[in-house]
Write a protein that binds this ligand. Structure first.
Ligand code: SF4
Length: 382
C-alpha cells in the first residue's frame, strides 16, 4: 500500500458525531492521503480544550467504512442502481422536486432530516431548500422523543433552555447518562469535577446504576416509568416546606399561584412510595436544590421515551423555575439555534394526511409511514 500521508501535519477540524462538536486535529494518510490516520483533541479549541470522547477517535471508521455509499445511485428500469455523477444527480433531483411543487404545491413535499446532532449543515441549509420549494412539513429523529420537552419549553419560556453544568453548585440528571451521551461540553471531565468537589452535589435519577450514577452523591434509583411521581413529590416538598423563591417568581413569572396551589396538596409520602424512593431522601434532595446558589438540570431519553414524558418535562422545569435557577451562571439559560431544526412554539397543527398533531414543528415519527403511503385528502377530493 502506498502511503501518501502528510505525517506530522495536523489539520484542525471538529467532530460531528454529537452536538458538542469537540475541536479535533487530524493527520491525513492512507492510499489516497484522505484517511484520518491519527486523531487527537485540539487543545486550542475554546470549548472542548483538547477533550474528546472515544467516539471521535474512531471517526475514520465512519468516514471510510467499507459499506459507505460515496457516489449518487440512480435506480434503473430493471430495479438495479447505477452510479451517476453529482452534477447529474443534483440537477435531476432539483427538476423533479420543482415539478412536484409546480404540479401539486410545495406542501406535497415532505422533508425528513436536518442534523439534530452534529451535522448542522443539513439543519442550517435545509431551511433555504424548504423555502424555495414551499414545503411546510418536516420531521427528524428529534420527533421520536424531544417534542414534549420543546412544547413545555415553548409554553413556559417561549424558547429552549440549556444547563450550565460547568458552574453549577448542584447538577441533576434525569434519565440521562452523560458519561456516554454527553450533551454538555467535556462531559466526563465536568462530571468528575462536580463529583470530587465537596461543595457541589451531583444527583442522578435513573433506574440503572449508570456510569454517571456511580459518580453521583445521590442516586435516586426510581422505579422505571414513575419519574412523574418522584419529581412531582420533589416539587411538592418545595411548595409545602415553603422553599420556593417567591421574590424571583413574583418578578419573572405569571400564573404561579395556580401552580403552587396544585402542589400544596400533593401527597409527598405516597408519591415517593410509588417511585420506590424513601420520603426522607426525596425531602433531602428538594432541600438541597432550594439551598444551592445554582442548580442545573438536564433530562434525556430515559424519561423522554418513557411514560408520562411531557408531564415529567413540566415538573422537571418547575424544579428550577420555582427555585429561581434561570438566567444566571450555573443554572438554566435560554439558547438560540443556528438552524431551524425544530420549533418551541406551543402552537400545534394537524399533519396533512392523517391529521396527527404536529408538535415542535415536527411530524410525529410514528405517523410518517402513513403520511407517505395513505392517500392524500387533497388527491382523493379531486
Ligand atoms: S463528545 Fe465525543 S462524539 Fe461528541 S463531539 Fe465530542 S468527541 Fe465527538
Amino acid at each position: 500500500m502506498t502511503d501518501v500521508s502528510s505525517a506530522g501535519t495536523w489539520h484542525a477540524t471538529a467532530c460531528i458525531l454529537c452536538e458538542c462538536n469537540c475541536g479535533i486535529q487530524v493527520e491525513l494518510g492512507g492510499e489516497d492521503g484522505r484517511h484520518l490516520a491519527r486523531i487527537r483533541g485540539d487543545r486550542a479549541h475554546p470549548s472542548s480544550q483538547g477533550y474528546t470522547c472515544n467516539k471521535a477517535l474512531r471517526l475514520d471508521h465512519y468516514q471510510h467504512g467499507p459499506d459507505r455509499v460515496t457516489r449518487p445511485l440512480r435506480r434503473r428500469a430493471d430495479g438495479r442502481f447505477e452510479e451517476i455523477d453529482w452534477d447529474t444527480a443534483i440537477r435531476e433531483v432539483a427538476a423533479r422536486l420543482a415539478k412536484v411543487r409546480d404540479t401539486h404545491g410545495g406542501e406535497a413535499i415532505f422533508y425528513y432530516g436536518g442534523g439534530g446532532q452534529g451535522n448542522h449543515l443539513g439543519g442550517a441549509y435545509s431551511g433555504a431548500t424548504l423555502s424555495a420549494l414551499g414545503s411546510r412539513y418536516r420531521s427528524s429523529a428529534l420527533a421520536q422523543e424531544k417534542t414534549g420537552d420543546f412544547w413545555v419549553h415553548g409554553f413556559m419560556l417561549g424558547t429552549g433552555a440549556r444547563a450550565d453544568f460547568e458552574h453549577a453548585e448542584v447538577a441533576l440528571f434525569l434519565g440521562k447518562n452523560p458519561w456516554h451521551s454527553h450533551g454538555l461540553p467535556r462531559a466526563r471531565h465536568t462530571l468528575r469535577q462536580i463529583s470530587k468537589d465537596p461543595a457541589r452535589t451531583l444527583i442522578v435519577i435513573d433506574p440503572r446504576r449508570t456510569e454517571t450514577a456511580e459518580l453521583a452523591d445521590i442516586h435516586l434509583q426510581v422505579k422505571p416509568g414513575t419519574d412523574a411521581w418522584l419529581v412531582a413529590a420533589m416539587v411538592g416538598v418545595l411548595v409545602q416546606e415553603d422553599l420556593v423563591d417567591h421574590a424571583w417568581i413574583c418578578e419573572h413569572t405569571s400564573g404561579a399561584e395556580e401552580v403552587l396551589a396544585r402542589f400544596r396538596s400533593i401527597p409527598v409520602a405516597r408519591y415517593a412510595a410509588v417511585a420506590g424512593i424513601a420520603e426522607d431522601v426525596v425531602r433531602l434532595v428538594a432541600r438541597r436544590l432550594a439551598s444551592a446558589k445554582s442548580v442545573a438540570i438536564a433530562e434525556d431519553l430515559g424519561v423522554q421515551m418513557n411514560r408520562h414524558s411531557t408531564l415529567v418535562s413540566w415538573v422537571e422545569k418547575l424544579l428550577w423555575a420555582l427555585t429561581g435557577n434561570y438566567a444566571k451562571p450555573g443554572a438554566m439559560n435560554a439558547f438560540s439555534t443556528l438552524g431551524k431544526l425544530f420549533s418551541t412554539s406551543p402552537r400545534t397543527r394537524p399533519s396533512p394526511v392523517v391529521g396527527a398533531r404536529i408538535i415542535g414543528g415536527l411530524v410525529p415519527c410514528n405517523v410518517i409511514a402513513d403520511e407517505i403511503l395513505a392517500d392524500h385528502p387533497a388527491a382523493t377530493a379531486r
